[in-house]
Write a protein that binds this ligand. Structure first.
Ligand code: ATP
Ligand code: MG
Length: 467
């Protein structure tokens, strides 16, 4: 074994023989860490790639390679050999595309303390007749037991292994043969054959690929828990995303009790679904009617508050946009956005200045999506713009109205997707009026709705309708 020192970007895995301040691949700063690798392995890989298609390859070698190659005709494969296991947490099952697939590897990422271990224990409490092996590199069995008791988890066949050595873990899995393996967290696990410390990219990759091998060869469902730090450094499981079958991300503001589980990658289902949970001392509770929850603390008649509807996955969710425009004490006014893209906010402010003649460059502007949700679709542009207008003029928006539409650079209102779903949701929650892009009007059946539907084609025309 020939050891060699190289520098690996801890964010994306790019490697270089020299240290660099900025990664040329993912542009992150200060992400290179020195790691010791077996240079023999590196050159072997290179040699193998060059050898492909080499006409001088001997016949016996070709025969040997072919004997090792596993070729299967798809026609002969029965897709039913991968049955799904329901987690009985409907918010999670929807994100997964309908239960856990046998032999799949799932990566659960999220900020520290967001509730990853809690979710794992709740899954274990819900799935009966399956054997769980929980590998914990962070918490003792007592701590896990305390959490299970707090969550009232009805766990029966649940083994806890306090171990961080992947070789021992693999041997225990071989011996115990669990149905579901949970590794909490991957950053603590290490392979003694590698020189680098636990949590580095080489270790993360190596240990994850061992876990993938275990999952695929034995048909075990493997949950891999990973931390993400604010900078996406060291702990960042970004490099693992392409290796595993499913990547779920837990999001949420620490100060809010709502948690959003987002599918980032899914080899067995759609990735634009989200699951909404509420964190309490009894664990994560599913939020089945998110619109009602997000609107529950509305302040009727306050200026700057506008209701809009966002589509998260396949579900429409009503949200409250809150805007506050105040005169600024600084030469460069502040713009703050929580839950909405900051750059897009600046764009909308520019449109308001140009098209409505609002004089906003002496005003601080604060935008907040109530409830700690993050919305990244342009359909709420119009609500953001109206919230700024409402707060600037200090006149409230009609509280019975919902506002929808994407705003173009010339102040035009552009059409949005899934319009009927959004109108239906607004009607269901008792709103009387909905403003939608004019271009969407022709796609809807007006008679099937009781709510008053109004089309708008420019920012200017909306003002006459909702104030
Ligand atoms: N009584 C309680 N005791 C402990 N935690 C509680 C309690 N009530 C609510 N919680 C929530 O549980 C969270 C901890 O959840 P959990 O340990 O599952 O998170 P995690 O993502 O696994 O964290 P870590 O990154 O530390 O492993 C706390 O941040 C808190 O929000
Ligand atoms: Mg944890």
């Amino acid at each position: 074994m020939k050891l060699k020192s190289i520098y690996i970007c801890q964010n994306c895995g790019y490697n270089s023989p020299r240290w660099a301040g900025k990664c040329p691949e993912c542009n992150s700063w200060n992400s290179f860490e020195e790691e010791v690798v077996d240079s023999g392995k590196l050159s072997n890989t290179r040699g193998r790639n060059e050898g492909v298609g080499n006409s001088r390859k001997s016949k016996s070698k070709t025969d040997l390679l072919l004997r090792n190659a596993e070729i299967t005709n798809l026609k002969e494969i029965d897709a039913d050999v991968f049955p799904r296991t329901d987690t009985k947490i409907s918010e999670l099952d929807r994100v997964l595309g309908g239960g856990l697939v046998k032999g799949s590897v799932l990566l659960i990422g999220g900020d520290p303390g967001i509730g990853k271990s809690t979710l794992m224990l709740q899954i274990a409490g819900n799935i009966k007749n399956k054997k769980f092996l929980y590998v914990s590199g962070e918490e003792s069995a007592q701590q896990i037991k305390m959490r299970a008791d707090r969550l009232n988890s009805n766990i029966d066949n649940f083994l806890v292994l306090n171990e961080v050595n992947i070789e021992i873990i693999a041997t225990v899995v071989e011996n115990e043969n669990p149905d579901i393996l949970i590794v909490d967290s991957i950053q603590t696990i290490y392979d003694p054959l590698l020189e680098s410390a636990a949590g580095t990219v080489s270790q993360l990759r190596d240990c994850t690929s061992s876990l993938i091998k275990i999952a695929k060869s034995k048909g075990i469902i493997v949950f891999v828990v990973g931390h993400i730090t604010k900078e996406g450094m060291i702990a960042g499981p970004k490099v693992l995303e392409h290796m595993v079958d499913v990547v779920l991300q837990f999001e949420g503001e620490r100060t809010h009790s709502y948690r959003i589980l987002r599918g980032i990658k899914n080899r067995f289902g759609s990735t634009n679904e989200i699951g909404i949970f509420e964190m309490s001392d009894k664990g994560l509770k599913e939020v089945l009617n998110p619109s009602e929850i997000f609107l529950s603390q509305r302040n009727y008649g306050a200026s700057g508050c506008v209701i809009s509807c966002s589509i998260e996955g396949t579900r429409p969710i009503l949200i409250e946009v809150q805007g506050l425009v105040t005169s600024s004490n600084f030469s460069v006014p502040q713009r703050t956005s929580t839950g909405f893209d900051y750059k897009r906010l600046n764009l909308l402010i520019a449109v308001l200045e140009k098209k409505l003649g609002l004089f906003l460059n002496k005003s601080d502007i604060f935008i907040n999506i109530a409830g700690g949700v993050k919305i990244d679709e342009p359909a709420i542009d119009l609500a953001i713009a109206m919230s700024i207008y409402s707060s600037f003029k200090d006149i409230p928006v009609d509280s019975e109205s919902v506002v929808l539409g994407e705003i173009g650079l010339s102040g035009e209102i552009r059409t949005i997707s899934s319009i009927e779903k959004r109108i239906y949701e607004a009607e269901k929650l008792g709103f009387k009026k909905i403003i939608i892009p004019k271009g969407n009007l022709k796609n809807i059946d007006n008679k099937s709705f009781k709510i008053k539907i109004l089309g708008a084609d420019s920012v200017k025309s909306v003002i006459d309708i909702i104030f």
